[in-house]
Design a protein around this ligand. Structure first.
Ligand SMILES: NC(=O)c1ccc[n+]([C@@H]2O[C@H](COP(=O)([O-])OP(=O)(O)OC[C@H]3O[C@@H](n4cnc5c(N)ncnc54)[C@H](OP(=O)(O)O)[C@@H]3O)[C@@H](O)[C@H]2O)c1
Length: 503
């Protein structure tokens, strides 16, 4: 973050206590605590700040501080640990053992928070972060809502809820209704950590802080959009989670649809939470799945194969996976955005595990020039212009265009003009969670998913899952680990006379 932004934040961040539910878990250790430590290193946390970790696992303050020191050593982006910063940081870290469904434990938590308020000047402001598995989201929100002493008069209280937010439209609606019984929408921050990534935020800067791209960002110039969210890893030890999720719930319903919405949305009238999210919701509501061929999806599941030279097992051989599992580890879909800007322009998206590499990108492919003057001098067909927004791991932007090959002929070669984030801005980008935690402390919901937005996402995806469950959707085809998914995915896009980008 820039020093200027740092100064602005220091002026407006109020003292507060962050209470993390599920503080003994993986997300807290790998992401949340390292994010807090890095914010502390950058001087971004308020002077009067404390974190209270709440979980069932017995532990003491000292024990918890020792635990998180290890994870910060391992996962922090700033290394090695700065001892002076750590000495102050650890005094802000507290642990409170408790059960998520026991009212008395929330009363004890409230007492603890009052004591910290008195000692550390945190003014009764509370940011509750639910970082547990979704099974306990409703119990925790209800108990926070009903425990008045957790929300002292004069302080603010806000709640961050991790993904997944629901497993289908009905459950997302019901969770929204439940949380709204205890919190106003302005107090609720639904996480999609992709929105905290610098390069995802840069989509808006790229589009709306530059004059040259927006005039061609529409159906008159764009042939199609291709989004790839590829992972080379398998499911690791998260078999039981993945069996219920699949790539449709893990990636497409949330990150995938967010990437499409940011690419397709109209310019907001202001860069505030209301205006930005209004525009995204409009896009989501104007989207439809192209089901001209089947249900508009291609599903795959990785079999044994080789990734990065290593032999890896197939999905069905992974731990906690049913031998006859019908969970997809690869999904390709085609959407249309039925509005004046995008009518008729396909948005293809593909995502999968055990693909040849880890990469996320949005590729805008433009139409060919109306007259192909040079095509007779070129053995290969002239390639269309492409603008690629690389989200990870190499963050940057590239533009492909045709150039004259040196020599006396008129041969056209595709070449790339590249901008790489890392080499231009020398400082490493903050982790998504750093930005999101600060925004929630500021009460800025721009980078969080609004209730109607999450329901609009599920309205698109739920019918597809229902179709699969009733046996009317696409079949699951195995693909060899380390390849670009099932053969049907190539046929799917080839039906439109197009092909997936070679990455
Ligand atoms: N891990 C990630 O990288 C990641 C990324 C994106 C989103 N998320 C989301 O963040 C949330 C937390 O993820 P996580 O990986 O940290 O989960 P986790 O490690 O499985 O669980 C977090 C903590 O919740 C408690 N817990 C686990 N299962 C429970 C259950 N059935 N009932 C009550 N408490 C239970 C445990 O603490 P105690 O037993 O000590 O109470 C555990 O340490 C999930 O909703 C996940 O989808 C995680």
């Amino acid at each position: 973050m820039s020093p200027e932004l740092g100064t602005i934040l220091m002026r407006t961040l109020s003292p507060n206590i962050l209470v993390i539910f599920g503080a003994s878990g993986d997300l807290t250790h790998r992401k949340l605590i390292p994010a807090l430590y890095n914010l502390m290193c950058d001087g971004m946390l308020p002077e009067n700040f404390a974190m209270v970790g709440f979980a069932r696992k017995p532990n003491t303050n000292e024990g918890y501080r020792a635990d998180i020191r290890q994870t910060v050593e391992k996962f922090s982006r700033t290394k090695p640990i700065n001892e002076a910063v750590w000495a102050r940081f650890e005094t802000m870290m507290h642990y409170q053992q408790g059960d998520y469904s026991t009212s008395a434990d929330y009363e004890k938590l409230a007492e603890r928070l009052s004591t910290i308020d008195a000692a550390q000047g945190t003014n009764g402001n509370r940011l509750f972060y639910i970082a547990t598995p979704p099974e306990v989201y409703t119990a925790i929100t209800e108990h926070i809502g009903l425990t008045q002493s957790l929300k002292p008069e004069g302080g603010w209280s806000r709640i961050i809820i991790e993904k997944p937010f629901g497993t289908d439209l009905a459950s997302a609606r019901s969770l929204n209704e439940h949380v709204h019984r205890f919190f106003d929408e302005q107090q609720i921050f639904r996480i999609d950590h992709y929105l905290g990534k610098e390069t995802v935020q840069n989509i808006l800067v790229f589009r709306f802080a530059n004059g040259i791209f927006e005039p061609i960002w529409n159906r008159n110039y764009v042939d199609h959009v291709q989004i790839t969210v590829a992972e080379d890893i398998g499911i690791g030890n998260r078999g039981s989670y993945y069996e219920k999720s699949g790539v449709v719930r893990d990636i497409i319903q949330n990150h995938g649809l967010q990437l499409i919405a940011l690419t397709a949305m109209e310019p907001p009238i202001e860069l505030d939470a209301l205006s930005v999210r209004n525009e995204k919701v409009k896009v989501l509501k104007s989207m439809r799945i192209d089901d001209a061929h089947g249900d508009g999806t291609v599903r795959g599941q990785y079999g044994p194969g080789k990734v990065d030279g290593q032999v890896v097992s197939g999905y069905l051989q992974e731990e906690q996976v049913a031998g006859d599992s019908q969970t997809e580890t690869y999904l390709a879909m085609k959407f249309y955005v039925d509005n004046w800007r995008w009518a008729g322009v396909p948005f293809y998206i593909r995502s999968g595990k055990r693909l040849p590499l880890r990469t996320t990108e949005i590729a805008i492919q433009f139409k060919l020039p109306p007259l192909l003057l040079f095509s007779h001098n070129t053995a290969a067909a002239i390639e269309p212009n492409e603008l690629v927004l690389n989200i990870q791991p190499e963050e940057g932007i590239s533009i492909k265009f045709g150039s004259k090959e040196p020599g006396s002929g008129e041969k056209v070669q595709p070449v790339n003009m590249n901008f790489a984030y890392g080499s231009t801005f020398k400082s490493p980008a903050p982790d998504a969670y750093e930005r999101l935690i600060i925004d929630a402390m500021l009460g800025d919901g721009t980078l969080f998913t609004r209730a109607d937005e999450v329901e609009a996402q599920w309205s698109l995806i739920s019918p597809v899952i229902d179709g699969w469950q009733s046996g009317s959707g696409s079949f699951i085809e195995q693909y060899r680990a380390g390849t670009w998914g099932p053969k049907a995915a190539n046929d799917f896009i080839a039906l439109d006379g197009r092909r997936w980008r070679t990455l």
